[in-house]
Design a protein around this ligand. Structure first.
Ligand code: F3S
Length: 367
């Protein structure tokens, strides 16, 4: 692999032992993926920061490397608790102490503790910007909807990129890998943001890690966010196009692409998979809600938790309780059955989930 002088120096230890090791990880990874060089990035986004998911080993690892500094803007995914109301939500003090130690390490290294999986609701990346992001739904969103460029990084590779400021030049950083390879005809009306997520999930299961090109749908930021989260959950999709909607969709000739069709039966099957009645708690916001979605949620007839970035949170009204910094997947909540409006949340919660359209939830229907 070709390395610049700066990259060689980091590899020789000029920026300390941790940066040297991180550079080694990235070079190895890049070589395995066929990259010929490393690209500078402008923004890293870290996942795997909940004590529930990384445990003692993850905490020890971060405490070992906490003297290193992040060299680029670095934001963070949700952690295992709402930092202000963890006690009232039944989180154990021993968990909270460990979680705070993890966050202290990241803050010491220079991270901005955004604690959200939708950092783009706080600040949009720019078209063409190279990033190293590790939240799969956010990866799909920024590649597709913004035209920024990031592969689906793992927790470790995103951390290594945050420290060194580089990422391997491969995958969707390269123009040739952003082209669509399967055309998706949508033969069903999508009436809910939840339907968009389910559509993504269905298509993701079929296309794996291909780049789908959707025709026949319209949607704004929140619908596109839901499709991306579904695609990254059902499959390992890192980018998609929607004809006449997403910024790079016009570039490509779609004649001759392999075609698939999705109809209402495909969508219905997913709702049936996570069907059921009852539920001990209702959560909206996987991925975290936008400001507009949060406002709409205030019309709920039932008590709901609305997950959102703390920087977007506002005063609670009606039966909506705002939950920041976390989500039901990465927090150690003890609810047996959870009603959700997102197929990603349902897939991660498994048998504990009941999937409902957001509108039905807000109307208080069916549970
Ligand atoms: Fe975000 Fe948690 Fe869903 S991190 S994408 S709300 S599983």
């Amino acid at each position: 692999m070709y390395l610049t002088r700066e990259q060689e120096e980091i590899l020789q230890g000029a920026k300390g032992e941790v940066a040297e090791k991180c550079m080694r990880v990235l070079v190895r990874l890049g070589e395995a993926l066929g990259a010929e060089r490393l690209l500078p990035i402008e923004w890293a986004h870290l996942s795997g920061i909940s004590y529930k998911t990384i445990g003692e080993a993850g905490l020890e690892f971060l405490e070992d490397i906490k003297e290193a500094d992040f060299s680029v803007k670095t934001t963070t995914n949700p952690c295992g608790m709402d930092l202000l109301r963890w006690k009232e939500l039944g989180i154990d003090e021993s968990f909270a102490i460990k979680q705070l130690r993890i966050l202290n390490c990241l803050e010491r290294m220079g991270a901005s503790l955004t604690l959200t999986c939708t950092p783009y609701h706080l600040e949009m990346p720019k078209f063409g910007q190279h990033l190293a992001w590790a939240e799969s739904s956010a990866v799909c969103f920024v590649n597709s909807v913004i035209g920024a460029r990031t592969n689906r990084e793992g927790a470790l590779s995103a951390l290594a990129s945050a420290i060194t400021g580089f990422t391997p030049d491969c995958g969707v950083h390269r123009e040739e890998n952003r082209a669509p390879d399967v055309l998706v005809k949508v033969g069903v009306e999508l009436n809910s943001v939840t339907d968009f997520g389910v559509l993504g999930y269905v298509v993701g299961e079929i296309v794996g890690d291909s780049v789908p090109y959707f025709v026949g749908i319209r949607g704004g930021i929140d619908q596109l966010k839901a499709i991306g989260a579904g695609l990254a959950t059902g499959g390992a999709v890192v980018m998609f196009h929607v004809q006449d909607v997403t910024p790079e969709s016009k570039k490509y000739d779609i004649r001759g692409l392999e075609k698939i069709e999705v109809d209402h039966r495909d969508i219905q099957k997913v709702y049936e998979k996570w069907g059921g009645e009852g539920g001990d708690a209702i959560f909206l916001g996987c991925p975290h809600l936008s400001k507009e979605e949060l406002q709409r949620s205030f019309k709920s007839k039932k008590p709901v938790f609305a997950c959102v970035a703390r920087l977007l949170a506002c005063r609670e009204r009606g039966s909506v309780r705002i939950l920041c910094d976390t989500c039901p997947v990465v927090a150690p909540f003890r609810f047996d059955k959870i009603v959700v409006d997102s197929v990603k949340a349902a897939a991660y919660l498994g048998e504990r989930a009941i999937l409902r359209r957001r509108e039905e939830i807000l109307e208080g229907k069916g549970y």
